[in-house]
Design a protein around this ligand. Sequence first.
Ligand code: 5AD
Length: 454
Amino acid sequence: MLPGGRLENTVMEEDPIYPNRQGKSVYIETYGCQMNVSDSEMMTRVLKQAGYGVAADLEQADVILLNTCAVREHAEQRILGRVGQLAQCRVRKPHLLLGLCGCMAQHLRDRLLRQIPYLNLVVGPDGYRRLPELIARASEEAVIDVRLDRTEAYEDIAPVRADGVSAFVTIMRGCDKVCSFCIVPFVRGRERSLAPEAILADVRRLAASGVKEITYLGQTVNSYYHDETDFAGLLRRTEDIDGIERIRFMSPYPADMTDRAIEAMASCKKVCRHLHLPLQSASDPVLERMRRQYTVGEYRHLVRRLREAMPDLSLTTDIIVGFPGETEEDFRLTYDFLEEMRYDSAFLFKYSAREGTRAYRWGDILSEEEKNRRLEEIIALQERITVEANREWVGRIADVMVEGESRRSDSEWYGRTSQYKTVVFPRNGERPGEIVPVTIEEARTHTLVGRRAG
Ligand code: 5AD
């Protein structure tokens, strides 16, 4: 699974609208994780190939698709609110088609059409190839396509990506884990990996177009396996592609982090020294009820091996507080474990009961107040640790890949270190994509500030 909690509204392209056969244009608004961003890029290709234009903004669109997230109830509530807002656009444009795609579409299915009479289209994550015909039918009657497909990997569809030095590359889809809290296996179906040849060809094309950094994506990205190629093999083959300077991936599943993968990470210079390793809880009974397939001891041992192999590795994680039956003692174990691990940062979530999952049957036992208290406590702890971890960089030189102008000032760049830390520094003739040594002078909560070294 990917770290959630962020809401991204992504305009997929800045091209002007161009007319197609029917003169129709589409706007995709993306919510949730990076996988959804990547899916929207692929959906854009499907639609362009069918002759649709890409609308520069909502106002210009004939079709608005929301690519949605179902991982927590909060995400669904926000999206429902947004659909209501968008329905207003129809007052000015009666022919406007409104569609819900992705995980929430798959989760709520025909219930969505019953609940939202003005919705024209509901399409799950395995139905995107059929989007053109579904949209065509949707102008006649409400259309739903929530078939899951064990083999659909969209391997042959080249995503339409926004320009930049960094790109997402989906390498596997779906999830075969059985975490009792998680809706993903139900909405994204069974695990399937893309052929390495297709992935590497995509990366080579990206390198040729000037991309310097790729992030491999998958629900459990390190479970990647296709014929003879495992995740370690894929990393090693990617390392050889000229032009690509940095390789990241999101998110690995702890129990599938093999020695081979650790060795490949450590020996590939382009593989960044950052690992997002979702823990969820540091109480064994809770992990067992979550069906996470590892114990706290095994996770600790894994982190030890990783840090031994890569001393400069930064580590981030996902935590859920308030899982059904989580006692104060369980919570304390997680709290103390964050202190022990000293994660560079963490996504901290309140448990959200998702209909269809195993844990849903156990109810949402803890009160909202109690869950909030635990969440606030653990956020305060992690914020302190994050600042402390950032301060350790002050005085050191970090290799920063320039990504763009800093938000605060056009005389500063922002970029990232291999450890995924954001660094801001004064511009001095550098270009986006360049990797420059920067002396870190100051650590703010979420940003390091520095100056070019040498
Ligand atoms: N409630 C709260 N958080 C959840 N996550 C997944 N399912 C739930 C849920 N039902 C979190 C996990 C996962 C991240 C992407 O979202 O921490 O790693």
